[in-house]
Design a protein around this ligand. Structure first.
Ligand code: AR6
Length: 168
């Protein structure tokens, strides 16, 4: 599997599936969630109403509607509460479950945002190693994972994490 980090907007990614950092309602929000709903169009919200929400650490699949990506995988990251409340395990579960949904859809290329490191307050320096490591060790048919980072700090953190992993 190839794993890479780029700086950009996930809504324009030409991959089989993009991952959304959603909340448990799956009915939209701010951040990347708001951007994905805006770009995918109102049919996405209608579809999500039928899904009955999503637990923290789990993931659900929808069509991509107006996005270039064929699928959207909606996952709910943990809110940062200081790190002693299972946040790393829940974050790892988001990446694992998202890859499981990708496999079920037959998606071979998947773009992830930096789950939980925006509104949910997870420090990116601690989230990036969990994200990269989990993707590396998960058994999946996905051939390309791209971390799409919205700002320079996030991009630099993922890029350095990938570099240091390649050296070990
Ligand atoms: N493309 C890629 N990354 C983006 C984009 C974009 N278009 N927009 C923002 N990001 P956040 P969370 C980055 O807050 O922390 C929502 O209201 C952003 O800069 O989107 O998991 C949901 O409904 C940051 O690096 O997600 C939930 O209530 C990363 O995506 C809550 O926010 C994640 O930031 C989820 O919070």
């Amino acid at each position: 599997m190839a794993i890479e980090a780029v700086r950009g907007d996930i809504t324009v990614e030409r991959v089989d599936a993009v991952v959304n950092a959603a909340n448990t309602s799956l009915l939209g929000g701010a951040g990347v969630d708001g951007a994905i709903h805006a770009a995918a169009g109102p049919e996405l919200l209608e579809y999500c109403r039928g899904l009955g929400g999503c637990a923290v650490g789990e993931a659900k699949l929808t069509p991509g509607f107006e996005l270039p990506a064929r699928w959207i995988i909606h996952t709910v990251g943990p809110k940062w509460r200081g790190g002693q409340e299972g946040e790393p395990d829940l974050l790892a579960s988001c990446y694992r479950e998202s890859l499981a949904r990708a496999d079920e859809a037959g998606a071979e290329s998947v773009a992830f945002p930096s789950i939980s490191t925006g509104i949910y307050g997870y420090p990116v320096a601690q989230a990036a190693p969990v994200a990269v490591r989990t993707v590396q060790i998960t058994s999946t048919n996905v051939r390309l994972v791209r971390f799409v980072c919205f700002d320079d700090k996030t991009f630099d953190t993922y890029r350095l994490e990938l570099q240091s992993n390649q050296r070990t």
